[in-house]
Ligand binder design. Structure first.
Ligand SMILES: *Cc1c(COP(=O)(O)O)cnc(C)c1O
Ligand code: SF4
Length: 367
């Protein structure tokens, strides 16, 4: 791994998640210490960071290839760009209308049997393409006991719920005491079967997967983790080790990739990513069309791109390596799966199907 810039830092510090977190590159003067910025760049980034804060762990930053910085997938995801203020009139703060489906502060209840809790707005690295950029306007916070208790009371009163998703921000960055309290409170509710945590820690701060975190998670299972790898470069020995520890604690890991222009919008990158994920026992779950969020227009690809990628994976490689492509419908419609068209026509008793090689088949329904 490249960590020339931090060569004087002892390995113990480098591998310590709190060192990583407190040494985040979180302002332009810190950024100038680790890379060259022209006066013009500094001027425009000052405006960008006044609207959208920055924060990158030294670990994640060290994955950047400075030879090809303009095309580097880590650089594009983590370092602010003047493009964030271009097309300012495009996109919204909350295109998914999450605030509308919120019966209590920090709770989103959109689907019949599961709810999502935004337990903090803190992340190890602030992804430039984040779809909750609106939450960055507030200083870093974690949910207070009273807010947690209010949500727990809502969930207890809704027996149709069977799953609670902890999201954010990053739920692995709330204090262990708070995380333990949240998980324990949810576990007491009989109708909740599964707790899911959405976290980018395995990608941007894998050092956070410590024994004491695993102990808390291990106590309150079944827990599932959904993480967010976007590029094969992110699958480092550190990331692999974090995933292995989670899996060994009995936590299955699924991955949600966001389709991002110039980062991962070609099928070879996606094939490579998904194969590498399976090797570290992470299942590709969703491939998301990037949402029209303010400040992220430059990342958006055409919907057809995602369909093309899925078409080039489906059947050509293991089904385990094919995620579901989805668009989160504007206005709070929820996730809509988009598939290449494999069913050419159907009548009451006959289906005309196409396979991945474009061969046509007739299939008869039972009478
Ligand atoms: C994505 C999402 C979920 C989970 O959806 P799955 O299809 O089960 O992964 C739940 N609630 C909200 C508000 C979401 O955005
Ligand atoms: S880790 Fe997730 S919530 Fe945090 S900035 Fe990245 S995309 Fe947004």
């Amino acid at each position: 791994m490249q960590r020339k810039l931090w060569s004087e830092i002892a390995s113990d510090d480098w591998n310590d998640w709190s060192w990583q977190l407190s040494n985040r590159i979180d302002c332009l003067s810190e950024l100038k210490k680790v890379m060259f910025l022209s006066e013009q760049q500094e001027y425009s980034l000052k405006k960008v960071t006044a609207t959208f804060q920055m924060g990158v762990t030294p670990y994640y930053f060290s994955l950047i290839d400075f030879e090809k910085i303009d095309q580097d997938p880590i650089f594009l995801q983590a370092i602010p760009s003047e493009k964030e203020l271009d097309d300012w009139e495009k996109g919204c703060w909350d295109p998914l209308n999450e605030e509308m489906d919120s019966p209590a502060p920090g709770l989103i209840h959109r689907y019949p049997d599961r709810v999502l809790m935004v337990v903090t707005n803190r992340c190890a690295t602030y992804c430039r393409h984040c779809n909750r950029k609106r939450n960055w306007q507030r200083a870093e916070y974690s949910m207070k006991r009273s807010e947690i208790d209010q949500i727990i009371s809502y969930i207890s009163r809704h027996p149709e719920l069977r799953e609670v998703i902890l999201s954010g921000g990053d739920p692995f960055l709330v204090s262990l005491e708070t995380l333990d309290y949240i998980l324990w409170s949810i576990r007491k509710i009989e109708h909740i079967g599964v707790i899911r945590l959405g976290s980018r820690i395995p990608v941007t701060l894998p050092q956070r997967v410590t024994d004491d975190l695993l102990e808390v998670l291990g106590k309150h299972g079944p827990i599932w983790v959904n993480t967010h790898f976007n590029h094969p470069k992110e699958i480092t020995p550190e990331a692999a080790s974090a995933c292995e520890k989670l899996v060994k604690t009995g936590i299955p890991i699924n991955n949600q990739t966001v389709l991002l222009k110039n980062v991962n919008d070609d099928y070879r990158t996606m094939l490579n990513l998904n194969h590498k994920l399976l090797k570290i026992r992470v299942r590709p779950y969703y491939l998301f069309q990037s949402d029209p969020i303010k400040g992220t227009e430059h990342f958006r690809t055409k919907v057809a791109k995602g369909v093309e990628i899925i078409e080039r994976l489906q059947g050509h490689t293991s089904g385990l390596a094919v995620p579901r492509f989805a668009i989160d419908a504007p206005g709070g419609g929820g996730k809509v799966p988009i598939l290449p068209n494999y069913c050419l026509s159907w009548s009451p008793d006959r289906w005309t199907l196409r396979n991945y090689k474009n061969n046509i088949y007739q299939y008869y329904d039972p009478k």
